[in-house]
Design a protein around this ligand. Structure first.
Ligand code: ATP
Length: 257
């Protein structure tokens, strides 16, 4: 299933936030969205996920969803957005509550999502008993439970320390390895972008326009190796050179606001 951003523009009142943004996320593809602070990345993700209607243009899904998919698009949030009074298992089961699945089928889906995220032994724990990394794994397991075509991720690792980030990036590489699921990955972190994405959409400062789309010409498996580090760093520098000047301007604008 493909996700198409078709000339999406958005304004909040008098503030132009996005300007005719177009790109396609092909089935199984991971597209990162980067750009200066406030250029409209989160707004774009909300529009792609159907949470916000764009002022102009549209977001469209094309093609068949994966087998048994309950929702072709699902979000993974920066702050995990877990229900603190529910166990890990109940958090993961939450999106299945109002579905037609019977109890056995629901349990099978939850078990599978917990297994894929390494949470089977923590099913009875409450969020406050878990580390940040484990909490985000619960957020990811909950997203997997609806068997999405595309994960929509807004800075999913930015609340985590660098070692935990590294481990979760490895988790993402594993979860995305079979190409059954694609992702849109909003991040400030260019290292995450070049490590995870097939293509990186670079937005200009607000109103965000597509400035460039940079392909990462390596498989995700190759990128974990020590030999890939130099190449990835070069790509990261290329992205930074596209963003740097506008990031400085955006920073000044925030300071003067
Ligand atoms: N609901 C809203 N109402 C009014 N303005 C909004 C709303 N949501 C976002 N904005 C403004 O729209 C602009 C883009 O915000 P958005 O969060 O999409 O950018 P971003 O690129 O994700 O930002 P950051 O890099 O800081 O995370 C900002 O100036 C923000 O203040």
């Amino acid at each position: 299933m493909d996700l198409i951003a078709d000339h999406i523009s958005h304004r909040f009142g008098g503030l132009d936030v996005l300007d005719r943004v177009s790109f396609t996320v092909a089935s199984g593809e991971v597209v990162a969205i980067v750009g200066p602070s406030g250029c409209g990345k989160s707004t774009l993700l909300s529009i792609l996920g159907g949470l916000l209607r764009p002022s102009e243009g549209r977001a469209e899904l094309r093609g068949a969803p994966p087998d048994n998919s309950l929702n072709p698009l699902t979000f993974v949030f920066q702050d995990f957005a877990l229900l603190p009074w529910c166990t890990v298992e109940a958090n993961v089961a939450f999106p299945l509550v109002h579905t037609a699945l019977d109890a056995a089928a629901r349990q099978a889906v939850v078990d599978d999502a917990l297994r894929r995220t390494g949470l089977s032994d923590f099913r009875g724990a409450y969020p406050k008993q878990l580390s940040g990394g484990m909490r985000q794994r619960v957020g990811i397991a909950r997203a997997l439970a609806v068997r999405p075509a595309i994960l929509l991720m807004d800075e999913p690792l930015s609340a985590l320390d660098s070692q935990t980030r590294e481990l979760l990036m490895e988790d993402f590489v594993r979860l995305l390895a079979d190409g059954a699921m694609g992702a849109v990955y909003v991040t400030h972190n260019l290292e995450e972008a070049v490590r995870l994405a097939d293509r990186v959409v670079v937005l200009s400062r607000r109103p965000g326009r597509v400035r460039e789309v940079v392909s990462i010409p390596m498989t995700r498996a190759e990128r974990g190796g020590i030999d890939a580090r130099g190449k990835l760093l070069t790509l990261q520098n290329q992205l930074w050179s596209l963003i740097r000047e506008e990031a400085i301007d955006a920073e000044r604008e925030v300071q003067n606001a």
